[in-house]
Design a protein around this ligand. Structure first.
Ligand SMILES: Nc1nc2c(ncn2[C@@H]2O[C@H](COP(=O)(O)OP(=O)(O)OP(=O)(O)O)[C@@H](O)[C@H]2O)c(=O)[nH]1
Ligand SMILES: [Mg+2]
Length: 437
């Protein structure tokens, strides 16, 4: 299991929150649990504080009808963690079939480049591409043999010049040869050993200038935690990194810190390594990764449902407050609300309005929804748009058509007018401007 320590502590925290009453104290404790878990995983303090603030804010916000504060906080946790890892949209390498796609791997010594080269070769081969490997590491003793053995395992050809001291030349000749031969994915493994990082980065730059790779992948070892940030940043600035492959996430206690740190450089994480074997890698997909991490398969679904509910509320609210709110809107809103939860809740979300309607009016409204629907259905479009034209005879006609009494029709009109008056008052007081409506 990837990031098992972090996963366990986050799951425990979530379980505790779900089992609690969801009061202020429970939410505060939850946030503290999450902070501890993330800090232990070596996530940067600033990022943890930022995330905590968002959770606190979510805990104070009014949830959409049908949801609780706990839901709000969980949704925020999910969104913030996904954001921490680079966002909702997973990054995929732009590999074009039928062309020579050159992928160059860079990274410091021991980060896992050679292993990763073999993993990627295997990955693309299994997806039907013609794949080849190039060994441009002239520093590590036995570098060529290591990659050759892996290439044999995967069953792809390799180019190298054992004993040579010209990595730039090897890379060029290897890429030229395999391009000529029609290979679609050409993966270039490079050196990690160098006297100093500056020299290493300079060599990477020279190779990149020579072979013009379609994609440079920085290989970063997750066990270094948040120090991955400095490393990723240095490479990113020097050689235009396309994406990052984070290795050794299996059992890396500080893997969470490494993942969030590299994501913070702005370079997307394309894959993660989850073991030494060549098939132990995954495409990196923040939402599903976080889902698994939190052990809540339906968290994403919950978040999606809540987002829908929030949008619905927003649309209604805008219609309501802009005065474009017709009798039909009123009835539809009531129906919607009945499905979602108590009426007082949704109206309570409208600033200044929830308290403007007495509880008994709300209860009465809930009872009347069915009748109101029938009444509105018996009205003409013109009457709905402009209820002022409703005189006695029209009201009598509508009552007959809807199986209600003229008194009940008048009651609906009264509610409607009251709502409009409330809104007008709020507008006059300038209260609505505060909410940017
Ligand atoms: N557990 C685990 N081990 C890994 C993973 N990726 C690589 N390794 C191990 O990390 C060690 C170093 O891997 P290499 O692929 O040789 O690293 P390198 O970056 O090519 O090293 P140099 O060529 O010396 O710079 C090896 O023991 C690999 O088996 C991974 O995802 N999980
Ligand atoms: Mg190597």
């Amino acid at each position: 299991m990837v990031l098992s320590g972090l996963s366990k502590s986050l799951r425990d925290a979530v379980r505790r929150l779900v089992g609690s009453t969801g009061d202020v104290r429970a939410i505060r404790e939850f946030i503290r649990d999450v902070q501890r878990a993330l800090l232990r995983a070596d996530v940067r303090v600033e990022q943890v504080l930022e995330l905590s603030k968002k959770l606190e804010k979510a805990g104070r916000e009014e949830p959409p009808p049908g949801y609780t504060r706990k839901d709000m906080v969980l949704k925020a946790l999910y969104e913030e963690l996904v954001g921490l890892l680079g966002g909702e949209k997973p990054y995929r390498l732009p590999i074009l079939p039928g062309r020579s796609n050159v992928i160059m791997l860079v990274g410091i010594q021991g980060s896992g480049k050679t292993t990763t080269a073999a993993k990627l070769a295997n990955y693309y081969k299994r997806r039907g591409y013609r794949v080849a490997l190039v060994c441009a590491d002239t520093y590590r003793p036995g570098a060529y043999d290591q990659l050759r053995q892996l290439a044999e395992m995967v069953g792809v050809p390799i180019y190298g010049e054992p004993g040579s001291t010209d990595p730039v030349g090897i890379a060029r000749r290897g890429v030229e040869k395999f391009s000529r031969e029609g290979y679609e994915v050409i993966i270039v493994d490079t050196a990690g050993r160098h006297k100093e990082e500056r020299g290493l980065i300079e060599e990477m730059r020279m190779i990149a200038r020579e072979i013009k790779p379609n994609h440079i992948i920085l290989v970063v070892d997750a066990t270094i935690g948040q120090s991955a940030y400095v490393q990723a940043k240095a490479f990113h600035e020097a050689t235009r990194i396309g994406s990052i492959f984070v290795t050794k996430l299996d059992g890396a206690a500080r893997g969470g810190g490494a993942l969030s740190a590299v994501a913070a450089t702005g370079a997307p994480v394309s894959f993660i390594g989850t073991g030494e074997k060549i098939d132990e890698m995954e495409e990196f997909d923040p939402p599903s990764f976080i889902n698994r991490l939190l052990g809540m398969g339906d968290l994403k679904a919950l978040v999606d449902r809540m987002r829908e509910a929030e949008v619905k509320v927003k649309i209604r609210r805008e219609a309501l407050l802009s005065g474009r709110f017709t009798l039909r809107d009123l009835v539809e809103q009531m129906e919607e609300v009945r499905k979602m939860g108590p009426l007082s809740k949704i109206l309570g979300m409208i600033p200044g309005l929830g308290s403007g309607l007495p509880e008994e009016v709300l209860r009465e409204a809930e009872r009347n929804i069915k009748k109101w629907r029938a009444i509105v259905n018996s009205m003409t479009e013109e009457e709905i748009r402009n209820p002022k034209i409703l005189d006695r005879s029209r009201i009598r006609r509508i009552a007959r058509g809807s199986g209600t009494t003229p008194g009940e029709v008048r009651m609906l009109l009264k509610q409607y007018n009251m709502l409009r008056k409330n809104i007008k008052q709020l507008r006059r007081k300038g209260l609505l401007a505060r909410f940017k409506i």
